[in-house]
Ligand binder design. Structure first.
Ligand code: AMP
Ligand code: ZN
Ligand code: FE
Ligand code: FE
Length: 277
């Protein structure tokens, strides 16, 4: 059966609630999903409960950003203990810095003649992780740009005049944090981040456990390349759609890739041991 191990809910920058995601995955015939919101585990409890009710496996996860050698390195964590005090404290610091960054972006956009309200941006997640997609959504709501894509293209993309960098940890710290919470780590969308063998080996040396081979933005050739590379260097493999819900980047792609459920056993096995190494 198929699985989808990269999904964002309304706890971060997705449009669907955690319960909706699990219900839809179940209705589509998936055997397991992982909820991987940015910098928060706020949606996990609801997802686990819905999974229990319906009889579909829900893996507690998250996605954390980091930077290495000038590249965006996003790291997924799976089978994490969501009550780990160190994990929760760090996530709180990251979310608070996201709030400050949103305020700076609002100020910067005002300087460009685009007046939006910080409170309105913050109202889009319930104490979750505020990010650029929320700023984009408010710009669209007030007719200041025509759609989310244009907001990124014209203003808040990496080279845009309204861009503000986000405070991030380095990969070794993210990997260590997830390991101490009993989890296992996977490098998200390496094709999108243009990660080659050298960087992958450096991350493996820092404790990385797996690579995301299947991803909506990977071509078939990239998928094959990362599968070969992971197998050769001794990393486990993961996969997911990175669905953010309707009307968001990529659109509704939940369950759209045929990802084998056989990837889960080795991850679970490693999760039990990674924290001991
Ligand atoms: P942040 O973590 O706040 O910097 O926001 C990054 C998020 O913005 C990504 O996870 C995507 O969901 C979204 N994103 C990035 N680039 C684009 C784009 N060109 N169009 C729409 N959404 C984007
Ligand atoms: Zn996102
Ligand atoms: Fe990502
Ligand atoms: Fe993601």
């Amino acid at each position: 059966m198929a699985v989808d191990l990269h999904l964002h809910s309304s706890a971060s920058d997705g449009t669907l609630t955690p319960a909706d995601i699990v219900k839809r995955a179940h209705a589509q015939g998936l055997s397991a999903i992982a909820l991987t919101d940015h910098d928060t585990v706020a949606g996990i409890e609801e997802a686990l409960k819905t999974g229990d009710d319906l009889g579909i496996t829900v893996i507690p996860g998250l996605e954390m950003s980091s930077e290495y050698g000038g590249k965006d390195v996003h790291i997924l964590g799976y089978f994490i203990d969501c009550s780990s005090p160190r994990l929760l404290e760090t996530l709180t610091v990251l979310r608070e810095s996201r709030l400050q960054r949103a305020q700076t972006m609002v100020d910067k956009l005002a300087g460009l003649g685009l007046e939006i309200d910080y409170g309105e941006v913050c109202s889009l997640t319930q104490g979750g992780a505020i990010g650029r997609p929320h700023v984009a959504q408010i710009l669209v709501r007030h007719g200041l740009v025509k759609d989310i894509g244009s907001a990124f293209e014209l203003y808040i993309g990496r080279d845009g005049p309204g861009y503000v960098a986000k405070y991030v940890l380095n990969p070794a710290d993210v990997i260590g944090l997830i390991h101490q919470a009993g989890g296992v780590t996977s490098l998200a969308h390496p094709g999108l981040s243009r990660v080659g063998e050298e960087l992958l080996l450096a991350l493996k040396a820092q404790g990385l456990d797996a690579v995301e081979v299947w991803h909506t933005d990977h071509s078939d050739a990239e998928r094959d390349t990362y599968l070969e590379l992971a197998t050769r260097v001794g990393l486990l493999v993961t996969g997911g759609s990175d669905c953010h819900g309707f009307g968001k980047i990529r659109g509704y792609v939940l369950g759209s890739i045929d990802i084998p459920d056989t990837i889960i056993g080795p991850l679970k096995e490693r999760a039990g041991h990674a924290s001991l190494t």
